[in-house]
Write a protein of this length. Structure first.
Length: 114
């Protein structure tokens, strides 16, 4: 059973940066497409960035050019570098296997506020 532990969230001013990290358990990590999801207050969880096992990335339109997803298959980690943060980036961020029904981790809270 794969588990996810997210970290790196916090309070940041608009225009600031944060780097989120996710540590995943399991020996099959390198085979999965991994994603970072955001759940804004009162809204459904949405996929904002994904990365294939080979490093191909995709981004939701609102974060293109500002967020960068990366992974280290040797360490079973996937990171999300977030730059030029906006108020609407506020939410709980989760990493997960894209399309999986596995249990979600605790997530890490990102709050963009002046």
């Amino acid at each position: 059973q794969v588990q996810f532990v997210e970290s790196g969230g916090g309070l940041v001013q608009p225009g600031g940066s944060l780097r989120l990290s996710c540590a995943a358990s399991g020996s099959m990590f390198r085979m999965y497409v991994m994603g970072w999801y955001r759940q804004a207050p009162g809204q459904q969880r949405e996929l904002v960035a994904s990365i294939s096992s080979g490093g191909i990335t995709n981004y939701e339109d609102s974060v293109k050019g500002r967020f960068t997803i990366s992974r280290d298959n040797a360490k079973n980690t996937v990171d999300l570098q977030m730059n030029s943060l906006k108020y609407e980036d506020t939410g709980a961020y989760y990493c997960h296997i894209v399309g999986s029904l596995l249990r979600w981790g605790q997530g890490t809270q990102v709050t963009v506020s002046s």
